[in-house]
Design a protein around this ligand. Structure first.
Ligand code: FNS
Length: 501
């Protein structure tokens, strides 16, 4: 009986199991049954993955990809069939998976958290202990991953010109981003599907951001619902919203205005992903029939062989253009920033369009391969803005490949307000949960303090272009590819008596 004493008929597992095909397809999620027969052709992740669980409990597969309120929001109430007596549900024998057995062994022998000394340590551990599909999704970049690797590599082409005999007894690492005072000049950038790495998902990043008083950018494609992530924030904790613009602008308007109502202090419109990039590791990990976006635009024919990324992003509007900016400025009072700007011409255009800032970013190398790193674009942009006296017209952020506090310092020396950090916090969360995120942020803080002291800057506003040498930054001297085949047949000089090498 439910709260007003009406008889609640519980379905049995046997009843649900009879609806196990495309003509009648019921699935169980969180102990409740749903008739998804008519939804099958609309599922952005393809019908296959649903049919794989037709008549069964799909919760484990469903959980990392869909925010909890997805079915309530997007499946007509008439298809909600009610509670299932889970004791009557046939449990599938898990087939033996040697890879999973190996992974469990690696988890048992993984380093303790205190053995992680920098952000790359978390990546190394995560690579060993994460599920293959989760690692593939987080670690993948587009095409040959040249840009993904260049993002961090670019920082190695910038050298410091430290100043000495500066009083650096007290170091102040605080900064202000869109009017919010933060303890460190970095924010947790938007990265989709947090529950792939950790069953709690993005709310772990929320708690880590609170602890270190930095800002979290909430992804449109989070595994947790938007409200869950807002509810996990403590009073006064500042969050921003990252937005993928939906072809259905009413859905977008509703999301933006709800975010403003929930107290978000910045709207970051992602502009470098009119279509999500081809991330081959993600594709190979057989996400082809898994994943679904939370904003289905029904009837879209999605190419499902592209992995989770493509499957969860079919709603994104590739027709988004500069002419849409006035509409965004009209529907919200939040500062609007464009995330994924990649050349100075578009920064000028952004300023002229009236937005409040940009993130110079190539989406962590997950979009256009051979796009330049955020730091290289920053080095192109700031001198041009300074020439025009526009360097303070908008707030400029960068992201991509930030793994050391020296990377953050280089970005601030060149004029960024702050940097976004993605994968490192995902890896820390996936390997060690909240303690991992906490340690990762603390390590960055310790590095920041030490390196500011050594560069001769007591506070963030002391960081300026004279402290860095960027002459090598635009050198894209890619090494000659290792011509392994050619080398095997390469014939150095062979004299009359010399034998072939
Ligand atoms: C690692 C990662 C990045 C994603 C991301 C998911 C992952 C796993 N996703 S994605 O599935 O669509 O590609 C998003 C996203 O939802 N929206 C977005 O604006 N950027 C997305 N990004 C890009 C992110 O916001 C930063 O630009 C990028 O992560 C910065 O590079 P690092 O990871 O090297 O710090």
């Amino acid at each position: 009986h439910d709260s007003n004493d009406t008889q609640v008929v519980k379905l049995t597992g046997e009843e649900v199991a009879q609806h196990n095909n495309k003509d009648s397809c019921w699935v169980i999620v969180h102990g409740r049954a749903y008739d998804v027969t008519e939804f099958l052709p609309e599922h952005p992740g393809g019908p296959k993955i649903i049919l794989k669980y037709a008549g069964k409990d799909a919760t484990e597969e469903y959980e990392p990809i869909h925010p909890p309120d997805t079915l309530d929001k997007y499946l007509d109430k008439s298809k909600h069939l009610g509670e299932v007596d889970m004791n009557t549900v046939q449990r599938e024998e898990k087939e033996y998976d040697p890879e999973e057995e190996e992974r469990q062994k690696r988890i048992e022998t993984m380093p303790i958290l205190e053995q992680c000394y920098n952000l790359m340590d978390f990546e190394a551990v995560a690579r060993k202990v994460m599920k293959r599909t989760a690692w593939a999704y987080y670690s993948s970049g587009a095409d040959d991953e040249i840009t993904m690797r260049e993002n961090h590599n670019a920082y190695h082409k910038i050298w410091f010109r430290p100043r000495v005999l500066v009083d650096v007894e007290n170091i102040d690492t605080t900064a202000t981003m869109l009017g919010t005072k933060v303890d460190m000049p970095f924010y947790v950038t938007a990265t989709a599907l947090g529950k792939l790495g950790n069953p709690e998902g993005e709310v772990i990043l929320t708690r880590g951001a609170k602890k270190h008083n930095v800002i979290q950018m909430i992804p449109t494609l989070a595994s947790c619902s938007f409200d869950e992530i807002c509810d996990a924030a403590e009073p006064g904790q500042v969050q921003w919203l990252q937005l993928y613009v939906n072809k259905d602008r009413n859905i977008t308007k509703r999301i933006v205005q709800h975010a403003e109502k929930r107290g978000c202090k910045g709207l970051f419109i992602t502009v470098d992903a009119p279509q999500l990039g081809r991330r081959e590791k993600d594709m190979r990990s057989k996400f082809a029939d898994v994943g679904s976006n939370v904003q289905s635009t029904s009837g879209d024919d999605v190419d499902r062989s592209q992995g989770a990324a493509r499957a969860i992003s079919s709603f994104i509007d590739p027709s988004l253009s500069w002419k849409d900016i006035p509409w965004f400025l009209s529907i919200t009072k939040m500062p609007i920033l464009l995330k994924g700007v990649q050349c100075v011409e578009d920064v000028i255009r952004a300023i002229e369009s009236g937005v409040h800032g940009v993130v110079l970013s190539n989406h962590g190398g997950r979009q256009l391969d051979f796009a330049r790193s955020g730091i290289e674009v920053l080095a192109e942009v700031m001198p041009v803005l300074r020439e025009r006296g526009w360097q303070d017209r908008i707030e400029i952020y960068i992201d991509g490949g930030v793994r050391r506090a020296t990377d953050i310092i280089k970005a601030l020396c060149l004029g960024a307000k702050g940097v976004g950090i993605g994968r490192p916090f995902l890896y820390a969360m996936s390997a060690y949960g909240l303690p991992g995120v906490d340690r990762a942020m603390q390590l960055l803080k310790d590095e920041m303090e030490m390196n500011m002291r050594l560069i001769g800057a007591a506070k963030v506003s002391d960081l300026n272009p004279t402290l860095v040498d960027t002459r090598g930054l635009s050198m894209h001297t890619a090494v000659v590819p290792e011509d392994t085949l050619g080398r095997n047949v390469y014939d150095p000089l062979i004299g009359p008596k010399e034998k072939a090498v």
